[in-house]
Design a protein around this ligand. Structure first.
Ligand SMILES: [Mg+2]
Length: 271
């Protein structure tokens, strides 16, 4: 079985400043039903905010939800959401030095960092808002205090909607990339049989991990630069840049996801 995995905000969800195609979400819902594909949402949102997105935009429920930037996995079925029990155990074993409280203490008092609200933090996620104008100096200080000490990864991204910098500390075994690898492994899908679509920041990891990558047309410059750099070093990476003009769609958000899924043959037209 093939996997169609996608980021939500400004990838599947048309919540940026570019024009959405009316009907693209209905088309996505229909195409994923028609083709035998496992749908995975891979998002920085928590469960509540994901439910909000499903209601607000009318996107279908996924088979699997990788939320909180990869730190949490749930499956969706007839009885609703079910947490993935194996994932937490896996992360603890794979990142034994991870300790959210210790990370919190290590960065306490760094000027320009504000801890995010409790619903955005968790046992495997310690998150901050960053004064984006000063992000280089702030991230340098953060590196000095944290890097390499807690089996962590430090992920910085810029939210173009709010103008805020977002900083996540995660166990190195629990990111969008590793969670997706875990799910692919579990269902026995090879990496190229997993299509991953993204638009910004932390999507760089799954996009350069050996999956079949799709950058929607509105992908931000930071991501495009990061992905191109990785592709120069590793020409075997499979990457597709949605450009629009496909089936009358414009390539932004959902339309870029559909275009990418056709490119890799996950969706196809019966003739
Ligand atoms: Mg996004």
């Amino acid at each position: 079985m093939r996997i169609l995995a996608t980021d939500l905000d400004r990838t599947l969800l048309p919540n940026g400043s570019w024009p959405p195609d009316p009907g693209a979400i209905d088309l996505f819902n229909e195409l994923t039903q028609r083709h035998d594909v496992l749908v995975v949402y891979v998002t920085g949102r928590n469960l509540d905010l994901t439910e909000n997105a499903i209601r607000e935009f009318g996107i279908r429920y996924p088979h699997v939800l990788i939320s909180d930037v990869g730190t949490s996995i749930r499956k969706y079925g007839q009885d609703g959401w079910k947490p993935h029990g194996g994932w937490d155990t896996h992360v603890k074993l794979a990142s034994p030095r991870w300790d959210a409280t210790a990370v919190r203490s290590a960065v306490a008092g760094v000027d320009g960092l504000t801890e995010q609200e409790s619903e955005h933090c968790g046992p495997f996620k310690q998150s901050y808002y960053v004064d984006h104008d000063r992000n280089e100096a702030i991230l340098k200080t953060v590196d000095e205090r944290v890097k390499g000490k807690f089996d962590e990864v430090i992920v910085y991204s810029f939210d173009s909607q709010s103008g805020k910098g977002l900083l996540d500390f995660l166990p190195h075994s629990a990111t969008k990339q590793t969670a997706l690898e875990y799910i692919a492994d579990e269902i026995g899908a090879s990496k190229p049989d997993v299509v991953f679509c993204g638009d910004s920041g932390n999507d760089v990891f799954p996009l350069t991990a050996g999956f079949s990558g799709v950058l929607v047309r509105n992908a931000d410059e930071q991501l495009v630069a990061g992905v191109k750099q990785a592709a120069d070093a590793r020409p075997e990476l499979k990457l597709y840049y949605a450009k629009g003009g496909f089936k009358g769609l414009n390539g932004y958000y959902t339309s870029g996801v559909i275009e990418g899924a056709y490119h890799y043959g996950i969706f196809y037209d019966a003739d």
